[in-house]
Design a binder for this molecule. Structure first.
Ligand code: ASP
Length: 311
């Protein structure tokens, strides 16, 4: 049987128009997505693991100021920046997660290090930073994360001068040549959020889930709603217990308890055959995918040509 290797990524989902974003910024987003996709794809192409591939893709977006994760993370009410991230290895169902760290350059690598080198799944704030230092992960001062632009944007958000709060998340799912699935998610949370607020991104089963037999999922959107709907695990459960296909499960997971749970839920998901779903209810999702040596699929807008319909 031919070995497949596939990676899909997202850089968040929003309700913005082409005019809001502008041509130059749109082009920069496309470049950023391509860089991240290829960072993960090269890991897979060289025979690397799905876990290493999703980490590489997310690290690339954490380096890019355009995305709300790592360097680009948005400011909380008190101008602090707190990061949440998680990763799950579908091979052994090991997981690592981190929340409320302020000085770790790559929260996703901290999540992976927690998974691989500690007996815990989730570490938060001071303890998580202590562990990061012990493990000699790269730390950064406030000046690396806090920019004039972000401070201005926070001020506007406080005065309610803008319709859309800066939010978003980045994530990746991958299938490696050995048939292993993995998922990773990283975020700066919501702009103007209460310090200490934690969303779905570091919660295994809500923002991230992976199991080789069934699916890998990474979410973005309203963390409070995604947590209550347990979206990533819901996709898994619909496939596992209802025997739905990836496409059917993704569709249903978007709707489950929508009458009682508000907020936009968006996610990317991949099954063990390397089929991919980009599910979103916003006007855009920054997204990309590459299977084996096939051409890259990269899109932002809902109405963009070339939907990912290869399966
Ligand atoms: N889900 C993220 C959070 O609630 C934000 C986002 O994806 O837009 O922290």
């Amino acid at each position: 049987m031919k070995k497949n290797w596939v990676i899909a990524i997202h850089g968040g989902a929003e309700n913005q128009s082409r005019e809001d974003i502008g041509e130059a910024k749109e082009a920069a987003y496309r470049q950023g997505l391509d860089n991240a996709l290829m960072a993960g794809w090269h890991v897979l192409e060289a025979g690397g693991s799905a876990v290493d591939a999703v980490e590489a893709a997310v690290r690339s977006m954490e380096n890019n100021q355009l995305f709300n994760a790592g360097r680009g993370g948005s400011l909380a009410k008190d101008e602090s920046i707190e990061f949440d991230a998680s990763i799950m290895d579908g091979k052994n169902m090991q997981a690592g997660a981190v929340s409320g760290v302020k000085h770790v350059k790559h929260p996703i690598t901290l999540a992976k290090t927690i998974m691989e080198r500690s007996k815990h799944v989730l570490l938060t704030s001071v303890g998580a930073e202590e562990f990061a230092r012990e493990q000699e992960l790269e730390m950064k001062g406030d000046d690396y994360f806090k920019t004039e632009e972000k401070i201005k944007s926070l001020k506007k958000a406080k005065k309610k001068e803008k319709d859309e709060l800066l939010k978003d998340t980045v994530g990746a799912v991958a299938l490696d040549m050995d048939g292993n699935l993995a998922a990773a998610t990283s975020t700066g949370g919501l702009e103007n959020q209460y310090p200490g607020r934690v969303g779905d991104s570091p919660i295994i089963g809500s923002g991230t889930y992976a199991n080789n037999e069934v699916v890998a999922v990474s979410c973005t959107g309203d963390g409070e709603g995604i947590m209550r709907a347990n979206v990533a695990h819901e996709v898994y459960a619909l496939m596992k217990y209802k025997n739905l296909s990836l496409k059917e499960a993704a569709k249903e997971a978007m709707e489950v308890y929508k009458d009682r749970i508000e907020g936009d839920r968006n996610f990317i998901a991949m099954d063990p055959e390397g089929n991919v779903e980009f599910s979103f209810e916003t006007s855009l999702m920054f997204r990309a995918c590459k299977r084996n040596n096939d051409p890259t699929y990269l899109a932002i807008w809902r109405d963009e040509d070339g939907n990912w319909e290869k399966e």
